[in-house]
Design a protein around this ligand. Structure first.
Ligand code: SF4
Length: 388
């Protein structure tokens, strides 16, 4: 069967990666490096050059309706540097009037003045990495801030005019009980953020936690407790009026993350900076992850891309289904047909039948979506759909 090989509509989103942190958290396998302050100036110059160069190559690009600064810890950069990067993006591509401009912030790296300046410069959505509201857990996982500082950052963000704030929390931390977790959720709900993301702690190779785990020094909640924590969160947050719209994400009506929906719908986007991925004209490209090598490549006028692949045929369709199934509204099968020219149910007949038989997905009203059981077993859903 012939499959289409382009990614459809032009990109309207851009991701900017800031690969710097003050300290490496014990669980973290993101592309982030502490102790690189001396590279900040050169890195920002290189980033801006990459943005401008891409703009010249993509002259037909749409104005952007989402810009996302992630990391690492973007807020370790001086305020004027963040503002300069945003200005370069705006000058190069243009920003839609209602562009969602998100900044990830570590509570240990912001103060009232910084947040107010960033808000005035156009950042309009703040994603606060609180992770826990208990100093004992924060210290155990290597965060640089206390619970008090996280709460202060939230209050400062509000008083600086951020009307769209997301809070990230991690659950299944070492020695965390269901009571601890519920108490953190209660506190967060009482703060009334627009968006809440919940991530289950996973032990990734190469991290300090992987070492501790191998030595039997991490007292992690068992599978049953982790499921209980996730289910308790769903119950508490939906009862508090949050829409559970993606496996890990909850939002007040009208406040879903526009940027992340681009990923979940497998739509195209620009990516800039060390380790950043882009998906442009059907090609997924990953930039050099080492910030120094990234800067050197840009300075030599070379392409800073380390790896790229054209997503074609069945792989692209499978990826669209896997990403789309993360959204609780599921995959719109009519739209899938219109965008790809392929009927998903026919193309993945065997895989989808097996998932339906096992109670992991269901088809209704021309949508394919995960069941509650499928939501708890997302990996099994993805594994079934990945082409052999
Ligand atoms: S602040 Fe975030 S990116 Fe930096 S080390 Fe911690 S988890 Fe990783």
């Amino acid at each position: 069967m012939p499959y289409p090989d382009s990614a459809g509509s032009p990109q309207k989103a851009a991701y900017i990666h800031v690969p710097f942190c003050i300290f490496k958290c014990g669980y973290c396998d993101f592309n982030s490096f502490p102790g690189m302050e001396s590279l900040f100036d050169d890195y920002v110059d290189a980033l801006i050059r990459e943005i401008i160069r891409t703009g010249r190559e993509q002259q037909h690009a749409n104005r952007l309706d989402s810009v996302y600064f992630g990391g690492g810890t973007p807020t370790v950069l001086p305020t004027d540097k963040l503002i300069n990067i945003l200005a370069a993006i705006g000058d190069t591509f243009g920003l839609a009037e209602d562009c969602e401009i998100t900044l990830e912030a570590n509570p240990g790296t912001v103060d009232q003045r910084k947040l107010a300046l960033l808000r005035s410069a156009g950042f309009n959505r703040l994603s606060l990495g609180m992770q826990s509201l208990d100093d004992e857990f924060l210290s155990a996982i290597g965060r640089i801030h206390t619970a008090r500082e996280a709460l202060d950052a939230y209050v400062w963000a509000r008083s600086s005019g951020f009307a769209n704030i997301g809070i990230d929390l991690i659950f299944a931390l070492p020695r965390q009980t269901l009571q601890h977790w519920k108490s953190a959720l209660n506190t967060v709900v009482s703060m009334d953020p627009e968006h809440i993301s919940l991530y289950e702690l996973s032990i990734e190779e190469g991290t300090k936690f992987a070492e501790l785990c191998a030595k039997g020094q991490l007292d992690l909640p068992d599978e049953e407790l982790r499921l209980e924590m996730y289910e308790a969160a769903i119950a508490m947050l939906t009862a508090a009026g949050y829409e559970h719209y993606e496996v890990s994400n909850f939002a007040r009506p009208g406040f879903r993350s526009r940027h992340n929906q681009v990923y979940w719908r497998n739509e195209p986007y620009f990516g800039f900076g060390a380790g950043a991925t882009s998906y442009v004209n059907g090609v997924r490209s990953v930039r050099l992850s080492d910030p120094r090598r990234y800067v050197e490549a840009i300075n030599r006028e070379e392409d800073p891309v380390e790896f790229s692949e054209r997503l074609t045929g069945r792989n692209r369709l499978a990826e669209t289904l896997i990403q789309g199934l993360r959204l609780l509204e599921g995959v719109d099968l009519r739209r899938f047909r219109d965008d790809t020219g392929v009927d998903a149910i026919d193309a993945f007949h065997e895989e989808i039948s097996s998932l339906v038989r096992n109670g992991l997905v269901e088809i209704s009203e021309d949508r394919l979506r995960v069941t509650h059981k499928g939501l708890l077993l997302m990996n099994d859903v993805a594994v079934e759909l990945i082409p052999a």
